[in-house]
Write a protein that binds this ligand. Structure first.
Ligand SMILES: [Zn+2]
Length: 412
């Protein structure tokens, strides 16, 4: 049932059969899956998609599995919310939120990528899986490995939020905290997969793993009634997701499900304390200068982003731009989204909101643009980032309540 042609190097174009491979053997460039699009176009029609259940597997012809998926049946199909109240606050008319804070099973967009990678690990009959993670990927890899019956080795930087550590251990995964930042963790994982017959989802399973992010693009287009948005704001860590959402839109055009006359401007969002891709975009360069992360947005704290070069190239090519924001702006973004739309996002979502606000103020995103903000994770995972006042304690008496509340005229 697979429509996969093989793997292709994004740098030099060299082609490979489907196999476990972290990068191009010729130039070390990243690999991605290539498909028989003409064949897919014959079978994947709008009516077919409309008849299928909501999940990432709805678009299975465009995903790199050879067999039916064994896990991840509840993943994807997250809401696209029309955000009128937030839109009014930001001063734009057509604002939407792609809400992966309620993705399944672990409340972040990473469930999309691990669902693909761990099904692939089952197909390759690997003995164990693992990942280098800033948190959300750890949760998701551990949960999906448990569902697949595979042992999991999860390597994380030692300063991760407690909720993300526990939300990984609970699935029975072996969690190893490394004394170093994400980039050090990632290097160690590359050495591990060289030695052991395991699949690390974002290392040697990466070409398959990354394909899962395309489903955000497919879903947004279908949820907008088969239209691509004018603008999409995407938080960036390694920089893969923004290129994959773009690939998703392009593939839909290629198989005739989207009009080619509807290009989407891509807008990248990073925290000021870890902004190597935004820095490159603003310098008009593709060359990434690695940074040492220092931000509360730990899920975006990748100082040397693997796909940074491609993101820095694609963003200006699409007519988009990038911005960064400070830690206080991130917290303000989280609160604004929660208070206007009832959506509680983690720090990466706060980055997305704060950056969108700047891009609108700069006039880069226009009032009438159909704009999608990508909310990638759930706020319950990063409570440490917030410092809200302790609720006032009163005696259980109506008079005490009224003394605090101050009467009905104060309800607004
Ligand atoms: Zn190559």
């Amino acid at each position: 049932m697979s429509f996969v042609k093989g793997l292709k190097c994004r740098e030099c174009g060299r082609e490979y059969p489907v196999k476990l491979l972290a990068g191009c053997e010729e130039c070390f460039g990243p690999l991605e899956c290539d498909y028989h699009y003409e064949e897919i176009a014959k079978v994947l029609k709008r009516e077919v998609l409309a008849s299928r259940a909501k999940s990432i597997w709805k678009y299975r012809e465009l995903l790199p599995l050879e067999s039916d998926p064994k896990i991840g049946h509840a993943t994807g199909g997250t809401p696209l919310i029309r955000a009128e109240r937030l839109g009014r606050h930001l001063g734009i008319d057509n604002l939407y939120l792609k809400n992966d804070a309620v993705n399944a099973p672990t409340l972040s967009f990473k469930d999309r990528v691990t669902a693909v990678a761990i099904n692939k690990a089952l197909e390759f009959k690997l003995e164990a899986v693992g990942c280098a993670s800033t948190g959300n990927l750890a949760n998701s890899t551990a949960a999906n490995a448990a569902a697949a019956g595979l042992p999991a080795f999860i390597l994380i930087p030692q300063d991760l939020e407690k909720s993300k550590v526990m939300g990984t251990q609970i699935y029975g995964a072996r969690v190893i905290a490394v004394n170093g930042n994400y980039d050090a963790v990632n290097r160690l994982c590359s050495q591990i997969v060289d030695r052991y017959p395991w699949g690390f989802v974002n290392v040697n399973l990466r070409p398959f793993y990354a394909e899962g992010s395309k489903t955000i693009g497919y879903e947004v287009a279908e949820q907008l009634g088969w239209h691509a948005p004018d603008a999409i704001v995407v938080p960036m860590a390694g920089g893969a997701m923004i290129s994959k959402i773009h690939k998703g839109f392009k593939e839909l055009q290629r198989i005739g499900l989207l009009s080619e006359s509807e290009p989407t401007r891509l807008y990248g969002a990073q925290a000021a304390g870890c902004n190597p891709i935004i820095d490159a975009v603003k310098r008009g360069s593709r060359e990434i200068r690695p940074v040492k992360p220092n931000t509360i947005a730990k899920s975006l704290a990748i100082g040397n982003p693997a796909d940074g070069y491609f993101a820095a190239r694609l963003i200006p090519e699409s007519g988009g731009w990038g911005e960064d924001c400070t830690d206080p702006e991130i917290v303000a973004g989280i609160r604004l989204l929660a208070e206007t739309e009832g959506v509680f996002t983690e720090t990466a979502g706060g980055v997305c909101i704060a950056v969108a606000q700047k891009l609108i103020q700069q006039g880069r995103i226009k009032k009438t643009d159909i704009t999608v903000l990508t909310i990638t994770g759930n706020g319950l995972k990063t409570l440490e980032a917030l410092d809200l006042a302790t609720p006032q304690v009163i005696e259980p008496k109506l008079s005490a309540f009224e003394a605090v509340f101050g009467g009905a005229s104060n309800v607004a």
